[in-house]
Design a protein around this ligand. Sequence first.
Ligand SMILES: *[C@@H]1O[C@H](CO)[C@@H](O)[C@H](O)[C@H]1NC(C)=O
Ligand SMILES: *[C@@H]1O[C@H](CO)[C@@H](O)[C@H](O)[C@H]1NC(C)=O
Ligand SMILES: *[C@@H]1O[C@H](CO)[C@@H](O)[C@H](O)[C@H]1NC(C)=O
Ligand SMILES: *[C@@H]1O[C@H](CO)[C@@H](O)[C@H](O)[C@H]1NC(C)=O
Ligand SMILES: *[C@@H]1O[C@H](CO)[C@@H](O)[C@H](O)[C@H]1NC(C)=O
Ligand SMILES: *[C@@H]1O[C@H](CO)[C@@H](O)[C@H](O)[C@H]1NC(C)=O
Ligand SMILES: *[C@@H]1O[C@H](CO)[C@@H](O)[C@H](O)[C@H]1NC(C)=O
Length: 465
Amino acid sequence: MRNPYHEFTAALLLILMACCWFACATDGFTGSYVRKAKKPKDMPLDADVFMLPPGYNAPNQVHITQGNIDGSAMIISWITNDEPGTNTVLFGTSNYNLSFQAEGRVNQYKFFNYTSGFIHHCTLKNLKFDTKYYYEVGIGHTRRKFWFNTPPKVGPDVPYTFGLIGDLGQSNDSNITLAHYESNPAKGQAVLFVGDLSYADNYNHNNIRWDTWGRFVERSAAYQPWIWTAGNHEIDFAPELGEVEPFKPYRNRYHVPYKASNSTAPFWYSIKRASAYIIVLASYSAYGMYTPQYQWLEAEFKSGKIDRSETPWLIVLMHSPWYNSYNYHYKEGESMRVMYEPWFVKYKVDVVFAGHVHAYERSHRISNIAYNIVNGNCRPVADLSAPVYITIGDGGNLEGLATNMTEPQPKYTAFREASFGHAIFSIKNRTHAYFEWHRNDDGVAVIADSMWFYNRVWNGIHDSV
Ligand SMILES: *[C@@H]1O[C@H](CO)[C@@H](O)[C@H](O)[C@H]1NC(C)=O
Ligand SMILES: *[C@@H]1O[C@H](CO)[C@@H](O)[C@H](O)[C@H]1NC(C)=O
Ligand SMILES: *[C@@H]1O[C@H](CO)[C@@H](O)[C@H](O)[C@H]1NC(C)=O
Ligand SMILES: *[C@@H]1O[C@H](CO)[C@@H](O)[C@H](O)[C@H]1NC(C)=O
Ligand SMILES: *[C@@H]1O[C@H](CO)[C@@H](O)[C@H](O)[C@H]1NC(C)=O
Ligand SMILES: *[C@@H]1O[C@H](CO)[C@@H](O)[C@H](O)[C@H]1NC(C)=O
Ligand SMILES: *[C@@H]1O[C@H](CO)[C@@H](O)[C@H](O)[C@H]1NC(C)=O
């Protein structure tokens, strides 16, 4: 027997499902978490995480970063405070036999009335891939020993897991973000850091806060490479203090392998790591036509050196986001977007990670390159060749969260929420990568937003839901 009531419910259900599908496919999600509005406080100078290690001239602020294009070199950096000491790093694959030795260099800088410690940088070369190395610094006085794993040899199906942290600072919340990253069961193997490290400039550029930050992150940055991006808090331009050389503390403390990618400045460069090709851009260095950064990026894309059959995943890091629907830093990334977005679409960048806005946001795959002054096509449109844009400037610094969002939520943004946290980008093979965002308010294993990325070259179907 026919039951009109059942038919009616079925039809209603179908309509509801269609509506839901449409809504889910086109409208984004805004997290409804309600947070304390108070800004976090920086950890006091005598906090446990800032303590100098004991011993005469003990190396501190130890950190490492990739040292060449393919990951078979590592830059080891550390600071000594009593005297220069040696620039020697002893290293080896056995904890009990550090049979290799490398020599670095030492430098020191002054900033207003501050004089830095002795900053050492030493590049370990010709490392075996996928190997655990132990290394020791402070040779001659107080020695400290650490270890790291080299990445697997570059190749198209090599799995690799990146952590993502931005705008970290040195507050209690920063400490929680770092602790959550460290204990995340996904086990990040290297950190892609999207800029704004210490926030020392908020202390009238007192560089002691650069030192405390270096000691704070050592517990991670001495054991796995952090890939650095320069943010606005790295500029430290302070003419009122007679300091007019931009990026002076950052450039002295955080070396990157920019020459290996033929870059002429440490603020933009590229590396390969496992199955990823990573381009780091500089939001605060000239990027217009004819500038060094423009010419360099043009060569990156047009020379054919980005071989997606070798490194399928093309990742870009920058500080200031191009797509951002919070009421903070409105349009600060816009002029760079206008310059470079056509390349990102043409060369199918998989994902762009940015910081700057102290919140989390993930876009759909969209582009906004059709506009030509007269045609009126000035809105972002769905574009399967375009990257997904992720803002991950939610490390937890003292300036607090960006809670004020534009309303209604623009169609191009898939998910946004003003919470502190970190993210993980886990490459499985040439076609699949899993992205997950973790907010600090949850347990370390809880995923608050996630997405399966399909590689734009090898699997360029719709993925950004
Ligand atoms: C330490 O390692 C080096 C190089 O691998 C090797 O030649 C040497 O025999 C090792 N020494 C000991 C005591 O194992
Ligand atoms: C540097 O100058 C600031 C501001 O005048 C002052 O508070 C601080 O104590 C000075 N530091 C040193 C090392 O002289
Ligand atoms: C920061 O954390 C420390 C140690 O957990 C705690 O003692 C302190 O009260 C916290 N400070 C703030 C401002 O939350
Ligand atoms: C920072 O976090 C670490 C790891 O959880 C903890 O051991 C340390 O006491 C914390 N320090 C502060 C000042 O909160
Ligand atoms: C850098 O430029 C040199 C000279 O043009 C070229 O041989 C080399 O392949 C380039 N390296 C990279 C990583 O682009
Ligand atoms: C949010 O930002 C808008 C635009 O700048 C501003 O008009 C509004 O007052 C802000 N709202 C709050 C609660 O601060
Ligand atoms: C790539 O990884 C995805 C996700 O783990 C998996 O489903 C897929 O089968 C893998 N592809 C190949 C060719 O192994």
